[in-house]
Design a protein around this ligand. Structure first.
Ligand SMILES: CC(C)(COP(=O)(O)OP(=O)(O)OC[C@H]1O[C@@H](n2cnc3c(N)ncnc32)[C@H](O)[C@@H]1OP(=O)(O)O)[C@@H](O)C(=O)NCCC(=O)NCCS
Length: 217
């Protein structure tokens, strides 16, 4: 069985740990050793019975061929930083797909991605590195999702949509087919997007309108 260390110790990290419990009910896939977190004062505490083992440096002292990691923080830029840091320790990234998510034929999913319970991803969808697809999202045919994208609960992504790196799709947002969501763009909770969204732009409302430009990070 592969060993897994979760990067982060907040709510999403607990949700991911719980998803692994459900995966292991079908097939013993991962032994979760615990969490790593930047905050020293959390070390030794437990979350869902699993310990916060240390900061990322913990990986330097625990190198092992069967030790995998996965970033479990909501911010895509932070997931990128975490995934780059763990590469220094040669700790490969796991991909976690909840057993109650459906992923159809012809999909490709890169390492470090977490797909939560209740998601339906149909056919020929590509998901980049360290993407978060939170619970109950639907992603239709031929959607392209870049790296470090965050798709929050209940989002509805129609066919042939393209989503740029670092973009955030808010809870219950809906995106019309063939739209392009730019790099680093944010689609607000509940927005209904009917047109392309430029890079680093926040849109909100129904129909979604640009609210402001966002800083590149
Ligand atoms: C749109 C969003 C990014 C704005 O965040 P923010 O910049 O911190 O904005 P604020 O909360 O300060 O709100 C600014 C204004 O936008 C409005 N606003 C906030 N969210 C909105 C939304 N989803 N739709 C429409 N208007 C919204 C606020 O009411 C406020 O209006 P006001 O200035 O007239 O009072 C954020 O509200 C959002 O929707 N994030 C997605 C979060 C999400 O899905 N999380 C899932 C976690 S699992």
């Amino acid at each position: 069985m592969k060993k897994l260390v979760i990067l982060g110790a907040g709510g999403l990290a607990r949700e991911l740990a719980d998803a692994v419990v459900d995966i292991n009910k079908n097939t013993q896939a991962f032994e979760v050793l615990g969490y790593l977190d930047d905050e020293d004062e959390l070390i030794g505490q437990k979350r869902l019975q699993l310990p916060i083992l240390g900061t990322l440096d913990w990986l330097a002292e625990h190198k092992s061929d069967d030790l995998f990691t996965i970033p479990a923080v909501g911010n895509g830029y932070s997931r990128e930083k975490l995934s780059c840091t763990v590469q220094q320790y040669s700790a490969p990234l796991a991909t976690i797909i909840h057993p109650r998510a459906i992923v159809g034929s012809g999909c490709s999913i890169e390492a470090g991605t977490f797909i939560a319970a209740g998601c339906v991803i149909t056919v020929s969808v590509s998901l980049g590195k360290c993407v978060l697809v939170n619970m109950n999202c639907t992603i239709a045919h031929d959607v392209r999702v870049g790296n470090y994208v965050s798709i929050h609960p209940g989002a509805r992504i129609s066919g042939e949509v393209s989503i740029g790196d670092y973009a955030l799709i808010g809870t219950q947002a809906a995106i019309l087919n063939k739209c392009t969501i730019g790099k680093g763009a944010v689609v607000a909770m509940g927005a209904v997007v009917a047109h392309d969204v430029p890079d680093y732009t926040l849109v909100a409302g129904n129909p979604a309108r640009a609210v402001r430009k966002l800083e590149k990070q």
